[in-house]
Design a protein around this ligand. Structure first.
Ligand code: ZN
Length: 442
């Protein structure tokens, strides 16, 4: 159990958002968006704890599969949760770079064997989002105005558990449907809260029937896009991945002794459901089948506390479908680094304000894009003189590498993810490998 309550964590995120510049934030009374953030908890030797927001982002857009970019300079997925995690990675780069300077304490220290870095004792992380993540977490029973008592739903779903349908193979938790229905209390619900995220090819497709028969639960889903379909997994799926291989991403795994897992996930005041969140973000898959293959790894199945806050984000999506508020097209990204902690991403995945002529040039590329993160991490490794690290790659060779070669250095991360994909997440949509073959501009 974390010592902090949901509202404590939500409050620091909302206050941080308020304190940041207006550019890129939604227009008051006209637009809505989603806010997400990573919060660091520091516990000192006297067991005193404090919270600090370390990255934060807003956003609801995701560009279509036909616009995928092989240069790494365009941000594809601009949902707040995903951007906040990218900004969190940038914060981790910054903290790693501080390890060389004694007057600026870092959250990392060298491990005992001096072969990699580890988080200092007493540091942990929470995640906040103002709205239920898209995808599986958004599917739960609700009561509509045309409510009629209907208990057939539970009977039907339980029967489904035994019908051998591909969605409920051994890899899924046997009590998935119990998690979903949450017991008899849901017998009075007659409709489902819906998600725009469609199931991934290979997973069981939604029935699209009436009321409770609309969606299939527990399946992997593709993020909804406006217009052209996207190639990005839903936020529920990406967050489930954080609970398996950590939030630090592949390249930082090269220098860390173990993954960074979340202590809690806090959902702001919105239409949400505790059981659906638990199912979607942590409990959907049973990885016990691959425990043997993972026994020597530092990766585990993390089950963060799910906390619901009563505090509402001022620019939340309106509940009423009659509302005239529109989603804000741009995304705001901030992380606790110096300099240039804030930036605004336009709908096209470049920095807001970048004109056609400058697209692809450094001034148009966001610092949380894959290209820029690759550039920053190369510098971090060069500064660390990483010969000591497990990779054994000569520092001089780093700028010659392409992004896929850099990612390939994170051997444990990649092999763990491969085991998980082969055993539990075989329909996970992998992006085209050719999108990772970019190098840094000379
Ligand atoms: Zn999302």
């Amino acid at each position: 159990m974390t010592g902090f309550k949901a509202d404590d964590i939500a409050k620091v995120c909302l206050e941080k958002f308020k304190s940041l510049p207006k550019n890129g934030k939604p227009e008051n009374g006209k637009q809505w968006t989603v806010l997400a953030a990573f919060v660091q908890e520091n516990q000192n030797e006297d067991q005193e704890t404090m919270l600090k927001v370390v990255s934060l982002a807003t956003g609801t857009t995701c560009i279509g599969s036909s616009q995928m970019d092989p240069t790494g300079k365009i941000l594809h997925d601009c949902h707040a949760e995903v951007l906040a995690r990218r900004a969190f990675t940038r914060y981790l780069f910054w903290e790693i770079s501080k390890i060389q300077t004694s007057n600026n304490p870092s959250i990392f220290v060298h491990s005992e064997e001096n072969k990699c870095l580890k988080l200092k004792e007493g540091i942990s992380f929470h995640f906040y989002t103002s709205q239920t993540p898209c995808g599986d977490a958004s599917i739960f029973p609700i009561k509509t105005q045309n409510f009629q008592k209907d208990s057939s739903f539970i009977v039907k779903k339980r029967a489904g558990t035994d019908d051998g349908s591909p969605c409920l193979k051994h890899r899924r938790l046997e009590n998935l449907d119990d998690n979903f229905s949450g017991g008899l209390s849901y017998a009075s619900e007659n409709d489902l809260n819906r998600t725009g995220a469609k199931s991934v090819p290979g997973e069981t497709a939604d029935k699209l029937g009436e009321g409770l028969d609309y969606h299939e639960v527990g399946v992997l889903r593709i993020k909804p896009g406006r217009g052209i379909p996207t190639n990005s997994m839903s936020c529920s799926d990406k967050m489930l991945k954080w609970n398996l291989v950590g939030c630090q991403g592949s390249i930082i795994s090269i220098v860390l002794n173990q993954p960074i897992y979340l202590k809690s996930i806090v959902i702001g005041k919105c239409t949400s459901n505790f059981q659906a969140l638990q199912r979607a973000l942590a409990n959907r898959f049973d990885i016990s089948g691959c425990e043997n293959e993972l026994k020597d790894s530092t990766f585990r199945h993390n089950r963060p506390e799910i906390l619901l806050s009563g505090l509402e984000f001022e620019f939340s999506k309106p509940v009423s479908s009659d509302s005239l508020l529109k989603p804000c097209g741009s995304s705001f990204v901030w992380c606790d680094v110096l300099p240039c902690s804030c930036e605004v991403v336009a709908k096209n995945g470049y920095r807001l304000g970048a004109v056609k002529k400058t697209q692809g040039l450094p001034q148009s590329v966001c610092r949380v894009s894959r290209y820029s993160m690759f550039e920053q991490f190369t510098k971090v490794l060069q500064d660390l003189k990483m010969k000591n690290f497990a990779t054994n790659v000569e520092t001089e060779l780093l700028p010659e590498m392409d992004y896929s070669q850099m990612k390939a250095l994170s051997k444990c991360y990649l092999s763990t993810w491969k085991v998980l994909r082969n055993n539990c997440l075989e329909n996970w949509l992998q992006h085209d490998r050719s999108l990772d073959n970019f190098t840094l501009d000379k």
